[in-house]
Design a protein around this ligand. Structure first.
Ligand SMILES: Cc1cc2nc3c(=O)[nH]c(=O)nc-3n(C[C@H](O)[C@H](O)[C@H](O)COP(=O)(O)O)c2cc1C
Ligand SMILES: [Mn+2]
Length: 512
């Protein structure tokens, strides 16, 4: 068997000279429209369940376009809703971060590793230079019920103004601004529920302010560009600001401006921003919401409420939303799998384990949370078991992931057909499966009873590599000889077959 070498650094086809070409959400919308990746819906749609239904049905394929709802029942504000902004589309992910949309998934993962590791801190711009200040409302002028706010699923606990959102909080100790994406249920004209699960940085910041006897200031934006949205929903170290990572991806600093009522800055180019405070003890019943697992998550429970002190928005604002549903109808279908895989590879490299070639968090497995496949070149006895165990517990992969699979380097971890082949021909279940118990998980995992036990997960480690002790006598897989493969590709047009000619990367030895 001969495997064409795969580079561990960024491959040429996914390299980029600069950041993405768009500047704000409107620039992004124009760009995806140019690429035929946007559908505008002019007919009136009801934000109550109908918008969710249209979105679900229109996003049943990974190539489904982003949807711009331009007329929403009951709306007198001229607002619009953009949803499936990234969805399951690898092409839109690539356009968002400035990569070549025709690159393979593996190439995008490798390129993502470099663009996530070039932090650029944000800058402040003058208030009158900030498009988000086209309209500024404070005090009694604030009435969020005037805007279209969707209820996605029949069992949702209420309308959610924040799904495709970002939320700023600051650490009272260091001033670090955290950017998180947390669901936000509309509770009244100037009241918004904020649900943060245990361990999330928004929750840690809030608790730290309250421990000092002070309210926690919050800034949330509901119409936001795809890069800030993606980074808000990725976990970074508690002291790392997602704003710096976003600047690195954009190839220029994120622009912020001063707020009216709180000391936090606000994103200058957002479509719709609120300033608010969370006061200890101010709670209201919140949830549930149809979640990324494909189930309703987090039963109705008392959760903190933001009192909204100021609203900033562009005229005819575009609200960004994220449908949480089973793949491929999920806002985090493509990008999440790619970014999580990139960060798993970073972790494994940092640990220093040799031989790792690729990784993929399959999006159909609960939006990339459920399964990780790592490909590797086995170099010594026990190597595959080592990669399995390290992957299972590395920071980027430890949360939730139930299925950790290692495959040899001739198997493409991003290709489900390849992975199924390895599982079915190289794995011997009685020898090759181990289970970890009481691992890091979430209350959103529906599979465990009683519900209080859900945060205690378990993981299966599956060795789908050829057995190391039998590498030499393992049966040969059926492969083409490279010379014949190349000749046939050259003759493709002559053979009258549809272009482009498929390409293999693993070959039979040229001279047996
Ligand atoms: C659409 C969407 C909704 C989310 N809702 C919540 C939520 O309500 N609560 C929560 O704790 N995390 C939620 N998450 C996950 C967080 O965004 C993610 O864990 C992120 O890392 C949080 O930022 P942090 O690490 O700075 O706390 C959501 C993610 C997405 C994409
Ligand atoms: Mn964070």
């Amino acid at each position: 068997m001969e495997v064409e070498p795969r580079s561990r650094s960024k491959p040429a086809s996914a390299q980029r000279e600069s950041g993405p070409s768009w500047h704000d959400l409107r620039g992004w919308v124009a760009q995806i429209e140019q690429h035929g990746e946007l559908a505008r819906i002019a007919a009136e749609v009801d934000p109550h369940e109908e918008l969710g239904a249209v979105t679900l049905l229109a996003s049943r394929q990974d190539k489904s376009p982003a949807l711009m709802f331009e007329s929403l029942r009951g709306d007198a504000t001229g607002s619009r809703i953009l949803i499936n902004m990234l969805g399951a589309s690898r092409e839109r992910y690539a356009l968002a971060v400035g990569l070549d949309p025709s690159a393979t998934t593996s190439e995008m993962i490798q390129a993502t590793r470099s663009i996530l590791n070039e932090p650029v801190p944000p800058v402040m711009v003058a208030k009158d230079q900030a498009p988000v200040n086209e309209v500024v409302l404070t005090g009694k002028d604030i009435d969020l019920t005037r805007f279209p706010v969707p209820t996605f699923w029949p069992g949702d606990g209420g309308p959610f103004i924040g799904t495709g959102d970002i939320t700023f909080t600051a650490s009272p100790d260091t001033g670090r601004i955290n950017v998180g994406c947390y669901r936000q249920m509309l509770q009244g004209p100037n009241r918004i529920g904020l649900y943060c699960s245990p361990g999330k940085h928004g929750l840690l910041d809030r608790e730290a302010w309250w421990a000092r006897g002070k309210p926690c200031e919050v800034v949330a934006a509901y119409g936001i560009d795809p890069v800030l949205f993606m980074l808000a929903a990725q976990s970074f170290a508690a002291e790392e600001s997602e704003l710096d990572v976003a600047g690195g991806i954009m190839g220029r600093p994120v622009e912020l401006t001063k707020a009216e009522c709180v000391s936090l800055p606000i994103p200058a180019n957002a479509e719709f921003v609120i300033e608010g405070v969370l006061r200890q003890g101010d709670v209201m019943p919140e949830g549930p919401l149809g979640e990324f697992t494909g189930y309703y998550g987090r039963e109705r429970s008392p959760q903190p409420v933001m009192e909204v002190l100021a609203v900033h928005h562009r005229k005819s604002p575009i609200f960004t939303h994220a449908l949480m549903a089973r793949y491929p109808s999920c806002e985090i279908g493509a990008y999440y799998a790619i970014m999580r895989s990139a960060r798993i590879l970073d972790d494994l490299e940092r640990i220093g384990v040799p031989g790792v070639v690729g990784a993929y968090s399959h999006p159909a497995a609960a939006s990339g949370w459920g399964m990780v496949v790592v490909s590797m070149q086995q170099k010594y006895a026990g190597h595959a078991a080592q990669v399995l165990a390290l992957t299972a517990q590395c920071p980027a992969a430890a949360y939730y992931t139930k299925w950790i699979i290692v495959v040899d380097e001739d198997v493409d971890p991003t290709d489900f057909n390849d992975v199924m082949w390895a599982l079915s021909t190289r794995c011997h279940p009685s020898e090759d499966i181990d289970i970890l118990r009481n691992t890091w998980s979430t209350g959103l995992d529906p599979s465990r009873f009683p519900a209080e036990l859900r945060p205690y997960g378990s993981k299966v480690l599956i060795n789908a590599c050829k057995p190391h002790q039998h590498l030499k006598d393992f049966p040969q897989s059926t492969l083409l000889r490279k010379s014949v493969h190349d000749r046939v590709r050259e003759r493709w047009a002559e053979l009258g077959l549809a272009e482009p000619a498929p390409k293999m990367t693993v070959f039979h030895p040229e001279k047996p």
